[in-house]
Design a protein around this ligand. Structure first.
Ligand SMILES: [Zn+2]
Length: 254
């Protein structure tokens, strides 16, 4: 049933939004750092800490990226920051994440030599795209369900991660929007637009999710990893991704 490579979890494919260009600074300016005092850029990593306690450390490998690597790591850490604020208990153990370049966001089942999570992100200089991809994979790392076995409820994990990523974008828009700095306000706009775009065309099944789930439960649990179905346009995850986006939207409206 599962033709999916064992070491790789699930990829998320969302094209970047046309026309949504994000300014690339070439470095992280002081105003951005000041907006997130819990985040520090070190020599080769970016850390998020609270009262001296390390929560998460993000590093990038030696790939050649089109955006400055400190920006990528910094924006990833800002996602961790908003998630930490909402669910601090999920960060009880310091987490290390190493990011490498690949064509789509993924997280690997196997860890690195220092027990770090290995996350792959698409190369993009668009901050919202980085944040969204990282948000998804951070969700998996937090759930820590990457044991390589077939989990029949994996579709639900994907839904959670989707909702978390969209919600994180909305929260980041609020964080950046607090600043009077024009560049940061620009980021706020970008994050907000990306979240809205992700909601665009989100149509729940006409019969409602409970009935839809009852009809599709077997398919979801048995075929959720079947990548071939994706090519045929039957990949059930995507419906739940939409559900995840809808959930994020509903939460944000409260
Ligand atoms: Zn995922």
């Amino acid at each position: 049933m599962i033709t999916f490579c064992r070491i790789i979890m699930f990829l998320l494919v969302f094209s970047t939004v046309p026309g949504l260009e994000c300014k690339s600074y070439g470095f992280v300016p002081p105003a951005e750092l000041q907006a997130f005092p819990m985040i520090k850029i070190n020599n080769k990593s970016v850390t998020l800490s609270n009262d001296g306690k390390l929560l998460i450390e993000v590093t990038l490998d030696n790939s050649i990226w089109s955006a400055p690597t400190d920006e990528i790591a910094f924006h990833s850490a800002t996602v961790a920051y908003v998630v930490y604020k909402a669910i601090p208990f999920a960060f009880s153990t310091p987490m290390k994440i190493q990011i490498s370049k690949w064509d789509h966001p993924r997280i690997l089942f196997n860890r690195g030599p220092n027990n770090e999570y290995l996350v792959l992100l698409g190369d993009s200089n668009q901050a919202p795209y980085i944040a969204f991809g990282f948000g998804q994979e951070l969700g998996h790392a937090l759930i820590d369900n990457l044991n390589g076995s077939a989990d029949p409820q994996l579709w639900f994990e994907e839904t959670f991660c989707e909702a978390l990523a969209v919600w994180a974008l909305q929260q980041l828009a609020l964080e950046w929007g607090k600043s009077k700095d024009g560049n940061l306000k620009f980021y706020a706009q970008m994050f907000s637009s990306e979240a809205k775009n992700l909601h665009y065309n989100t149509k729940p099944p006409s019969e409602g999710y409970p009935l839809w789930f009852a009809k599709n439960r077997k398919f979801l649990t048995e075929k959720c990893n079947d990548r071939e179905l994706e090519n045929e346009g039957h990949f059930p995850y995507f419906h739940f991704f939409k559900g995840g986006r809808l959930a994020a939207f509903i939460i944000s409206e409260q």
